[in-house]
Design a protein around this ligand. Structure first.
Ligand SMILES: [Zn+2]
Length: 200
Protein backbone atom coordinates (compact mmCIF):
# COMPACT_ATOMS: atom_id res chain seq x y z
CA UNK A 1 0.00 0.00 0.00
CA UNK A 2 1.16 3.47 -0.52
CA UNK A 3 0.21 4.23 2.88
CA UNK A 4 0.62 7.38 4.74
CA UNK A 5 2.63 6.80 7.85
CA UNK A 6 0.95 4.17 9.83
CA UNK A 7 2.61 2.97 12.92
CA UNK A 8 2.88 -0.58 13.86
CA UNK A 9 3.09 -0.60 17.56
CA UNK A 10 3.94 -4.19 18.16
CA UNK A 11 6.87 -5.54 16.27
CA UNK A 12 5.60 -8.99 16.99
CA UNK A 13 2.64 -8.30 14.79
CA UNK A 14 4.73 -7.66 11.72
CA UNK A 15 5.11 -11.15 10.44
CA UNK A 16 1.48 -11.77 11.09
CA UNK A 17 0.59 -8.57 9.27
CA UNK A 18 2.59 -9.67 6.30
CA UNK A 19 0.24 -12.57 5.93
CA UNK A 20 -2.94 -10.70 6.35
CA UNK A 21 -4.61 -7.38 6.46
CA UNK A 22 -5.68 -6.05 9.73
CA UNK A 23 -8.70 -4.09 10.50
CA UNK A 24 -7.97 -1.51 13.10
CA UNK A 25 -10.39 -1.41 15.94
CA UNK A 26 -8.61 1.60 17.32
CA UNK A 27 -10.10 3.85 14.68
CA UNK A 28 -13.43 2.13 14.68
CA UNK A 29 -12.63 0.05 11.69
CA UNK A 30 -10.22 2.20 9.79
CA UNK A 31 -7.85 -0.14 8.05
CA UNK A 32 -4.26 -1.07 8.15
CA UNK A 33 -3.45 -3.22 5.22
CA UNK A 34 -0.34 -5.23 4.80
CA UNK A 35 1.18 -4.74 1.44
CA UNK A 36 0.12 -1.20 0.89
CA UNK A 37 2.28 1.68 -0.12
CA UNK A 38 2.85 2.27 3.52
CA UNK A 39 1.18 0.79 6.50
CA UNK A 40 -1.74 2.49 8.12
CA UNK A 41 -2.02 3.05 11.82
CA UNK A 42 -2.77 -0.05 13.58
CA UNK A 43 -4.98 -0.72 16.51
CA UNK A 44 -3.94 -3.17 19.10
CA UNK A 45 -6.88 -5.29 18.33
CA UNK A 46 -7.36 -6.67 14.91
CA UNK A 47 -10.14 -7.98 12.89
CA UNK A 48 -8.53 -11.31 12.56
CA UNK A 49 -8.18 -11.77 16.25
CA UNK A 50 -11.87 -12.37 16.34
CA UNK A 51 -12.60 -13.43 12.81
CA UNK A 52 -11.60 -16.26 10.59
CA UNK A 53 -9.71 -14.14 8.08
CA UNK A 54 -9.41 -10.77 6.41
CA UNK A 55 -12.71 -9.08 5.65
CA UNK A 56 -14.48 -9.82 2.44
CA UNK A 57 -15.29 -6.78 0.36
CA UNK A 58 -18.82 -6.79 1.72
CA UNK A 59 -17.60 -6.97 5.28
CA UNK A 60 -15.12 -4.23 4.55
CA UNK A 61 -17.64 -1.69 3.35
CA UNK A 62 -19.98 -2.53 6.20
CA UNK A 63 -17.22 -1.92 8.70
CA UNK A 64 -15.75 1.10 6.99
CA UNK A 65 -19.05 2.95 7.16
CA UNK A 66 -21.38 4.77 4.82
CA UNK A 67 -18.67 6.74 3.02
CA UNK A 68 -17.12 3.59 1.55
CA UNK A 69 -18.45 2.28 -1.72
CA UNK A 70 -17.68 -0.57 -4.05
CA UNK A 71 -16.69 0.12 -7.64
CA UNK A 72 -17.31 -3.04 -9.67
CA UNK A 73 -14.79 -4.40 -12.12
CA UNK A 74 -14.88 -2.44 -15.36
CA UNK A 75 -16.18 0.78 -13.87
CA UNK A 76 -13.12 2.27 -12.23
CA UNK A 77 -11.61 5.33 -13.86
CA UNK A 78 -8.46 7.02 -12.63
CA UNK A 79 -7.28 10.27 -14.16
CA UNK A 80 -9.71 9.74 -17.02
CA UNK A 81 -8.50 6.25 -17.79
CA UNK A 82 -10.45 3.08 -17.39
CA UNK A 83 -8.31 0.83 -15.23
CA UNK A 84 -8.56 -2.73 -14.06
CA UNK A 85 -6.67 -5.24 -12.00
CA UNK A 86 -7.72 -8.57 -13.38
CA UNK A 87 -11.42 -8.60 -12.67
CA UNK A 88 -11.07 -7.30 -9.17
CA UNK A 89 -13.44 -4.70 -7.78
CA UNK A 90 -12.25 -1.73 -5.77
CA UNK A 91 -13.45 -0.04 -2.63
CA UNK A 92 -13.34 3.73 -2.47
CA UNK A 93 -12.89 4.58 1.19
CA UNK A 94 -12.20 8.19 2.16
CA UNK A 95 -11.45 7.11 5.72
CA UNK A 96 -8.72 4.66 4.75
CA UNK A 97 -5.38 5.32 6.43
CA UNK A 98 -3.38 5.40 3.25
CA UNK A 99 -3.64 6.21 -0.43
CA UNK A 100 -4.36 2.63 -1.28
CA UNK A 101 -4.27 -0.88 0.06
CA UNK A 102 -4.77 -4.45 -0.90
CA UNK A 103 -5.66 -7.66 0.74
CA UNK A 104 -3.99 -10.21 -1.47
CA UNK A 105 -6.02 -12.93 0.17
CA UNK A 106 -9.22 -11.11 -0.67
CA UNK A 107 -9.57 -10.08 -4.25
CA UNK A 108 -10.18 -6.37 -4.05
CA UNK A 109 -8.26 -3.12 -3.88
CA UNK A 110 -8.88 -0.19 -1.59
CA UNK A 111 -8.34 3.40 -2.66
CA UNK A 112 -8.72 6.57 -0.67
CA UNK A 113 -10.22 9.13 -3.06
CA UNK A 114 -9.63 11.95 -0.59
CA UNK A 115 -5.89 11.28 -0.48
CA UNK A 116 -5.62 10.68 -4.21
CA UNK A 117 -7.24 13.98 -5.03
CA UNK A 118 -4.76 16.49 -6.39
CA UNK A 119 -2.00 13.99 -7.11
CA UNK A 120 -0.59 13.92 -10.65
CA UNK A 121 -2.27 11.32 -12.90
CA UNK A 122 0.86 9.18 -13.08
CA UNK A 123 1.04 9.02 -9.30
CA UNK A 124 -2.61 8.03 -8.96
CA UNK A 125 -2.21 5.34 -11.58
CA UNK A 126 1.00 4.15 -9.95
CA UNK A 127 -0.78 3.78 -6.60
CA UNK A 128 -3.53 1.68 -8.10
CA UNK A 129 -1.05 -0.42 -10.09
CA UNK A 130 1.11 -0.91 -7.00
CA UNK A 131 -1.85 -2.34 -5.13
CA UNK A 132 -2.64 -4.47 -8.14
CA UNK A 133 0.94 -5.70 -7.98
CA UNK A 134 0.27 -6.99 -4.49
CA UNK A 135 -2.71 -8.86 -5.83
CA UNK A 136 -0.63 -10.73 -8.38
CA UNK A 137 2.86 -10.74 -6.91
CA UNK A 138 2.35 -10.87 -3.17
CA UNK A 139 3.50 -8.73 -0.30
CA UNK A 140 6.94 -7.55 -1.35
CA UNK A 141 6.94 -3.78 -1.79
CA UNK A 142 9.74 -3.52 -4.34
CA UNK A 143 8.08 -6.17 -6.45
CA UNK A 144 4.76 -4.33 -6.31
CA UNK A 145 6.52 -1.08 -7.21
CA UNK A 146 8.24 -2.58 -10.24
CA UNK A 147 5.01 -4.26 -11.29
CA UNK A 148 3.38 -0.81 -11.33
CA UNK A 149 6.22 0.83 -13.24
CA UNK A 150 6.29 -1.92 -15.84
CA UNK A 151 2.54 -1.69 -16.27
CA UNK A 152 2.72 2.09 -16.59
CA UNK A 153 5.30 1.98 -19.36
CA UNK A 154 3.54 -0.78 -21.25
CA UNK A 155 0.11 0.80 -20.97
CA UNK A 156 1.35 4.23 -21.91
CA UNK A 157 0.63 6.25 -18.79
CA UNK A 158 4.17 6.45 -17.48
CA UNK A 159 6.98 8.46 -19.03
CA UNK A 160 10.05 10.06 -17.51
CA UNK A 161 8.05 13.04 -16.30
CA UNK A 162 5.62 10.72 -14.55
CA UNK A 163 8.55 8.80 -13.09
CA UNK A 164 9.83 12.07 -11.63
CA UNK A 165 6.41 12.77 -10.14
CA UNK A 166 6.26 9.33 -8.57
CA UNK A 167 9.71 9.85 -7.10
CA UNK A 168 8.74 13.22 -5.68
CA UNK A 169 5.70 11.62 -4.10
CA UNK A 170 7.36 8.52 -2.73
CA UNK A 171 10.49 10.29 -1.51
CA UNK A 172 8.51 12.02 1.21
CA UNK A 173 7.71 8.66 2.83
CA UNK A 174 10.02 7.52 5.56
CA UNK A 175 9.30 3.87 5.21
CA UNK A 176 8.63 1.38 7.96
CA UNK A 177 9.35 -2.19 8.83
CA UNK A 178 7.75 -3.34 5.61
CA UNK A 179 8.40 -0.45 3.27
CA UNK A 180 11.90 0.75 2.35
CA UNK A 181 12.46 4.50 2.77
CA UNK A 182 10.88 6.53 -0.03
CA UNK A 183 14.18 7.67 -1.63
CA UNK A 184 15.31 4.04 -1.81
CA UNK A 185 12.05 3.07 -3.47
CA UNK A 186 12.53 5.91 -5.95
CA UNK A 187 15.99 4.66 -6.88
CA UNK A 188 14.75 1.10 -7.30
CA UNK A 189 11.76 2.19 -9.34
CA UNK A 190 13.96 4.28 -11.63
CA UNK A 191 16.14 1.23 -12.19
CA UNK A 192 13.03 -0.80 -12.98
CA UNK A 193 11.79 1.98 -15.29
CA UNK A 194 15.08 2.06 -17.23
CA UNK A 195 15.10 -1.69 -17.50
CA UNK A 196 11.58 -1.78 -18.87
CA UNK A 197 12.35 1.02 -21.32
CA UNK A 198 15.44 -0.82 -22.54
CA UNK A 199 13.31 -3.87 -23.31
CA UNK A 200 10.62 -1.95 -25.15
ZN1 LIG B 1 2.59 -1.94 -1.07
Amino acid sequence: MICSPIFIKLQALISWLRRSVVLSVQRAFSLGVAGGIALGSLGLLAWQAAQAGPPTITEYVELAGPSARIVPYGQLRIAGRRVACGRRPSVMDPTFDSWGGAYPDQRYIILNPRKLRGLPPAVKLYIYAHECGHQFRGYDEDTADCFAIRRGVRRGWLDSKGMDQICRFISTLKGDSVHPPGPVRCTRMRACFNKVLAKN
